[in-house]
Design a protein around this ligand. Sequence first.
Ligand code: ADP
Ligand code: TYD
Length: 207
Amino acid sequence: MNKLITFEGIDGSGKSTQIKLLCEKFDELGIQYVSVREPGGTQISEKIRDILLDKENLELSSTAESLLFLSARSQLVSEIIRPALKENKFVICDRYTDSTLAYQGYGRGIDTKLLRMLNDYATTKLIPELTFIVDIDENTSSQRRKDFVEDRMEAGGMEFLSRITQGYRKIVSEEPERCFIIDGSADKPIIFNQIWKIINEKYQDTK
Ligand code: ADP
Ligand code: TYD
């Protein structure tokens, strides 16, 4: 059992909001943790993030895109996540391996079996103990993001988003022990209570 908790969901689903609430709760209780986001979280991974999200990089192929996400993840795992887990800290990650399955796999159409192998390679098989998939529909997502400038990934359109939403639901059905689907259209504190209850149940015997 490890202490890696990941948050997944389409853009605007409320991941950052819930992560902030979780960090506040951990702070309040004096629980040690590290919170990171993907792609990013290290100096090198943040540089890769810039390439990935830059709207001018129109010629970036789906294969190159996938490998860049995986490179950023590999660096983050070896530089930050593994060392933090070794120190017995919780690691909260805003997106992780399931984003690659959902976006590059179900969204872009790359073979998910291949992506699972590449995820294993990039993370040296570090699988999260707990994954929250914050589920909202595409319309809610675009409504919530209407006042923000779109990045390269967000410019993919509604059909792309819809495939990703379905992909996430499929991932949950395939790995129900690890993945919990959370209704992201509920009120923020209600969502957080559900998340906190699941974390408590999972780690009740952990010090
Ligand atoms: P993400 O990190 O998944 O992209 P954010 O947490 O940044 O999403 O939320 C996107 C926007 O939606 C923010 O303006 C946030 O305040 C709002 N939001 C988040 N959760 C909810 C919720 N449960 N109900 C209504 N609005 C929400
Ligand atoms: P970000 O702004 O961090 O996400 P959010 O809008 O949810 O706060 O942008 C990261 C983008 O990269 C997002 O559109 C999802 C996408 N992504 C992938 O396509 N594959 C991946 O493996 C990861 C980690 C992210």
